[in-house]
Design a protein around this ligand. Structure first.
Ligand SMILES: [Zn+2]
Length: 383
C-alpha cells in the first residue's frame, strides 16, 4: 500500500511532501516528493506515528470493570478514532472477588483481540497498592499496602498481562519495586504522599515512571518536596500528563514542558467509561460520578474522578498551549517515549523502515482523519 501526499513526521525532521510504502503490515520505505504509483492521497495532511495510550480506564460505555470480553473488544474498536493504535487498559481499585472476575475475562480478551482494533498491550493496575492519604477517587476500604503475594495472584489470574502498576513507593521497603522490575512490570509511582528523600530508595532501584504528574501525589513545596518535585527534577523519569486543561491548568502545563521537555512527558487521558458518551451520571468502580463536558467528578464531594476527554483532544490542548511546539516534538509525548518505556520501540512507536505501520493522520485542525493499525485502515473520518 502507498500513502502519498503527506507531511511525514519523523523524530528528527518533517518531510513536507512525502510518501510511504507499506508491505506486510510494516513500513517498507519513506520517501520525499510524489510518486506515480497508485495509493491513498492524504491531501497534505500530517502523518504521525500512532498514539500509544498507557493510562486509560475506558470510554464509550466500557471500562475494565465492565468485565466482559465483548466490552473490551468494543473499546479496542472505538479508540482508533482518537488516533490510538496501542493502549494499556487501566483498572481502578476493586474488591478481591471482582478482580478475580475481571482478570479472567481480561485474560480471555487478550487472546481474542480483533483485527482493526487498537492493540491492547496489557493492564495498568492503579490500585489497590496506593496510599489512603492520596486515594483520589479510589475506595478507601479496598486499599492495601503493596504486597508481593497478592501481586503474584494478579499476574497469574491475568495470564501475565499486567504491564504497569501504580503504587505508593513509601508503603513498601523496596522489595515490591524489585519484584515488579524482576517480572517486567513497569513500576509507576503515584497516589502517594512520599517525600523526595523517601522516594530516592525506589528511584535508585529503578523507578522511572510517574502516574499523572501532580494529580494524586505530594507536590512541589519549599518545605515538603514531594513526588512531583522528584518527577520534575530527574530527567530520566517519564511523567504521565493529563493535558485536558482540567487536571492541569495551562500555565502549569507550560512549566512542566519547560522543565521536562518532550522527552520527559507522556500524554495520557486517564479517561473513564463516560468518555465519548453524553453528559450525565456514571459509575467509576463502585462510585457515583457525574460527567459534565470533559469533566468527570465524584457525586459526593466533587473531587475529580478520572477524566472524560479523548486522546486527540489532549493532543490539541498540548499543541495549543505550548508555544511553538513542533510536531516532531509532539510525537515523543504521544508515541516514542512510551514505546521505549514499554520495550516495544523496536516494533512500533515511530515512522521508521521495518516498524509496524501504526499511523495516525491529522488534518490542519489536528483532528484525526485516519488511523492505520498494522498497515490497515482502522478508522476513517466520514465526510
Ligand atoms: Zn487512572
Amino acid at each position: 500500500m502507498i500513502l502519498r501526499n503527506a507531511k511525514i513526521v519523523l523524530k528528527d525532521k518533517i518531510i513536507e511532501n512525502g510518501w510511504l510504502e507499506i508491505e506486510n503490515e510494516t513500513i517498507k520505505s519513506i520517501n520525499e516528493g510524489d510518486t506515480q504509483q497508485e495509493g491513498i492521497d492524504l491531501k497534505g495532511q500530517w502523518l504521525l506515528p500512532g498514539f500509544i495510550e498507557c493510562h486509560v480506564h475506558g470510554g464509550y460505555g466500557v471500562d475494565f470493570e465492565t468485565g466482559t470480553v465483548e466490552a473490551y473488544q468494543k473499546f479496542g474498536k472505538m479508540i482508533p478514532k482518537e488516533g490510538i493504535t496501542s493502549y494499556i487498559q487501566a483498572s481502578v481499585t476493586n474488591s478481591k472477588e471482582n478482580n478475580l472476575k475481571y482478570l479472567s475475562a481480561f485474560k480471555e480478551f487478550m487472546k481474542n483481540q480483533d483485527e482493526n482494533s487498537a492493540k491492547c498491550l496489557g493492564l495498568h493496575m492503579e490500585g489497590p497498592f496506593i496510599s489512603p492519604a492520596k486515594k483520589g477517587a479510589h475506595e478507601l476500604s479496598l486499599l492495601e499496602d503493596p504486597n508481593i503475594e497478592v501481586m503474584k495472584e494478579f499476574i497469574e489470574l491475568s495470564d501475565d498481562n499486567v504491564r504497569i502498576i501504580t503504587y505508593a513507593p513509601d508503603m513498601q521497603d523496596g522489595s515490591f519495586t524489585k519484584f515488579l522490575l524482576d517480572n517486567n512490570i513497569l513500576p509507576s509511582a503515584g497516589h502517594t504522599n512520599t517525600s523526595v528523600q523517601d522516594f530516592l530508595k525506589d528511584y535508585k532501584i529503578g523507578v522511572r515512571h510517574l502516574t499523572h504528574l501532580f494529580n494524586g501525589m505530594s507536590g512541589v513545596s519549599q518545605q515538603e518536596p514531594g513526588l512531583a518535585t522528584a518527577g520534575l527534577y530527574f530527567d530520566d523519569i517519564l511523567c504521565e500528563v493529563i493535558s485536558d486543561s482540567i487536571h492541569i491548568q495551562p500555565d502549569t502545563l507550560r512549566l512542566i514542558y519547560k522543565i521536562k521537555g518532550p522527552q520527559g512527558i507522556v500524554i495520557i487521558t486517564d479517561a473513564m467509561n463516560a468518555k465519548g458518551e453524553p453528559d450525565g451520571n456514571y459509575k467509576l468502580g463502585n462510585l457515583d460520578v457525574i460527567k459534565e463536558g470533559m469533566k468527570v467528578s465524584l457525586k459526593e464531594g466533587g473531587a475529580l474522578a478520572g477524566a472524560g476527554a479523548t486522546y486527540d483532544h489532549n493532543v490539541r490542548v498540548m499543541l495549543k498551549e505550548i508555544p511553538n511546539l513542533k510536531m516532531n516534538e509532539l510525537i515523543y509525548m504521544t508515541s516514542i517515549n512510551i514505546a521505549k518505556q514499554l520495550n516495544i520501540f523496536d516494533s512500533t512507536g515511530e515512522i521508521s523502515v521495518g516498524k509496524k505501520a501504526d499511523l495516525t493522520v491529522l488534518d490542519d485542525k489536528y483532528e484525526v482523519n485516519k488511523t492505520f493499525i498494522n498497515g490497515k485502515v482502522a478508522y476513517e473520518k466520514s465526510n
